[in-house]
Design a protein around this ligand. Structure first.
Ligand SMILES: Cc1cc2nc3c(=O)[nH]c(=O)nc-3n(C[C@H](O)[C@H](O)[C@H](O)COP(=O)(O)O)c2cc1C
Length: 183
């Protein structure tokens, strides 16, 4: 059982990474092998809309670090995407990654690589964890193209890096979601 985490914050060791890491620890508690990638440190080009993925079985023609992540996802049983909310939406780093998953869409991905277990984790300055519910539920629906998606976990009121450590409840829930990914 392999679970991969993707972190869409430029702040290494920041709140988003801590939240994703907690999910991976939960998965690891249940025996999974885990890996974490910081999207900000990778070269991920925006989708060029060449549509070549649609004629060559889902292989993206852009040869950058996303090729490593495609392989990780194909070989995983579950994955986690974590992102800070920037201007009411996921960060650009997370969006670049998400757009590039288009290559997997409508190319028989599930038949070839199985249905993935998926968790979504968001951090935001706004203390109201429900503030961006409509948007986050739409992200959840879209990630449903690739597998079974858990309700997004939101940590509100996180400003300074590491502030999330004061929110034991959200960290506990992250660990539980991580455990639940290992089925
Ligand atoms: C460019 C930028 C835009 C942001 N926009 C929002 C926002 O729209 N709503 C919000 O609640 N927090 C917003 N924040 C706050 C971050 O989402 C929050 O501090 C988050 O926990 C940062 O995650 P990190 O510690 O992993 O970097 C913004 C922060 C930055 C730097």
């Amino acid at each position: 059982m392999k679970v991969v985490g993707f972190v869409g914050s430029p702040r290494e060791g920041g709140n988003t990474e801590i939240l994703v890491d907690e999910m991976l620890k939960g998965a690891s508690d249940n025996g999974a092998e885990t890996k974490l990638f910081n999207l900000n440190s990778l070269k991920i080009t925006p989708c060029q809309a060449c549509e070549r993925c649609k004629v060559n079985g889902g292989e993206c023609a852009t040869k950058d670090d996303m090729q490593t992540l495609y392989k990780e996802i194909r070989e995983s049983d579950a994955f986690v995407l974590g992102a800070p909310i920037y201007m009411w939406q996921m960060s650009a780093q997370a969006k670049l990654f998400t757009d590039r998953l288009y290559a997997f869409f409508m190319t028989g991905f599930e038949e070839k690589y199985g249905k993935k277990e998926i968790a979504l984790a968001f951090t935001q300055g706004n203390p109201d964890a429900n503030a961006f519910n409509d948007y986050l539920n739409s992200v959840k629906d879209m990630y449903g193209l690739f597998g079974n998606v858990r309700d997004p976990l939101v940590a509100g009121g996180t400003h300074e890096p590491g502030e999330i450590r004061g929110n034991e409840d959200v960290l506990k829930r992250a660990r539980e979601i991580g455990k639940d990914l290992v089925i």
